[in-house]
Design a protein around this ligand. Structure first.
Ligand code: GLA
Length: 375
């Protein structure tokens, strides 16, 4: 930046601050959300901005409990699946809104070899390891710290995963920070460090429904990916990077999620719909746009940016109507979709995939932005 543009940027920042305080000042709130089975109290934090965005997050699992965004008429609606009460989360659920770790997605056979040592993990998905195991980061009580500054409202969550937890080596110090800003972005910054070589792959498992209700088949999706990682019947990648061109996995141009989901395709059969990792064009490392979703009835738009090389697109195929969520809504099949930014599934056993190894002295960093608008 040259001097003139620095001055302009400073002036813009100052005006942004003024306009914010001139309007109704958003307030971060913190209220009790209940107690875990072990009696640990957890809270619900509400972050809001002056443009109508409001997100409630609990330090139990770092779960995004609700997320209100305006539709094209400015009407607010809650666009994530979840529950009103902690009790319902404690009863078990398919990772609604939660932070996933240590390893988001599957590790084949619940095992991997690192530096010649074999590590055995919890097998909680058939013979495979899924989303960190039996008690993953989605079920942990995180240490919260919240603050507001010129950028917006922040909720930082910390958790130390002890050496050997769910079979993983190393004491892992994890920090996840949620930031809501005036650009209608919810940013998630992930950091981790370890005292022994280990593997890490963190994500957030929010189920979105931009209409707030009904199925998500009419949502129009674009994904910046020319390849995806095809899977076997257990949803473990075969190792191939397959071109999306000419397949129901081609979302390079906007297309309704439901347009091809019932096609007779082996990959769709294995996933019972979409439940696949896309190889993002950006390749990871720096922040790049991964996807855009548009909901025609409400005009709501979600854009996803990430530093990750991959993204799991999951269409809620395993939701079966047995869970009743907020507003008494029944979560039937395909009433929510997930865009889980991540490294590729089973990377610890796939040397050709980008590495998920973290060594002492290194810092794991990952950023994902969910940006909301309407048109
Ligand atoms: C992930 C997986 C799915 C499913 C859901 C949770 O997205 O890829 O197969 O396990 O989580 O139900």
């Amino acid at each position: 930046m040259n001097r003139a543009s620095l001055i302009i940027a400073a002036l813009l920042a100052a005006t942004a601050g003024c306009s914010r305080s001139a309007k109704e000042e958003p307030k971060m709130t913190r209220e009790p959300f209940g107690k875990t089975a072990e009696g640990a109290p957890v809270d619900l934090f509400t972050l809001s901005n002056s443009r109508g965005l409001r997100v409630a997050i609990t330090n139990y699992g770092g779960i995004i409990v609700s997320l209100f965004t305006p539709d094209r008429e400015g009407r607010p609606g809650d666009i994530v699946l979840g529950f009103d009460r902690l009790e319902d989360y404690l009863k078990g659920h398919p990772y609604f809104g939660a932070i996933i770790g240590r390893y988001g997605n599957r590790i084949a056979g619940g095992r991997f070899v690192l530096d010649g040592v074999e590590y055995k993990l919890a097998r909680n998905n058939g013979e495979n390891h899924l989303h960190g195991g039996l008690v993953g980061f989605d079920k942990k009580v995180w240490r919260p710290r919240d603050w507001s500054d010129a950028e917006g409202e922040h909720l930082e969550l910390r958790y130390t995963s002890p050496d050997g937890e769910e079979g993983y080596p190393g004491n892992l110090q994890v920090t996840v920070t949620y930031t809501l800003n005036e650009q209608n972005q919810l940013r998630i910054d992930y950091f981790a460090s370890t005292d022994k070589p280990t593997v890490v792959n963190l994500t957030n498992h929010s189920y979105f429904n931009l209409a707030g209700e009904g199925d998500i088949l009419g949502h129009v999706l674009r994904i910046n990916a020319d390849h995806f990682t095809p899977v076997d019947a257990g949803l473990i990648p075969t190792g191939e990077l397959r071109p999306v061109k000419g397949t129901p996995f081609d979302f390079t141009e906007p297309v309704a999620i439901g347009a091809r989901i019932e096609q007779d395709d082996e990959q769709l059969r294995f996933g019972r719909g979409y439940d696949h990792n896309f190889v993002l064009r950006g390749g990871g490392g720096s922040l790049a746009e991964a996807a855009e979703v548009y909901e025609p009835k409400t005009g709501r738009v979600l854009r996803v940016f990430t530093t990750e090389p991959g993204m799991q697109f999951y269409t809620g195929n395993f939701l079966d109507g047995s869970l009743k969520g907020k507003y008494g809504r029944i979560y039937a099949r395909r009433t929510g979709f997930c865009l889980e930014t991540q490294h590729f599934p089973d990377s610890p056993n796939k040397p050709q995939f980008p590495s998920t190894v973290l060594r002492p002295g290194q810092t794991y960093r990952s950023t994902t932005i969910f940006e909301f608008s309407a048109r």
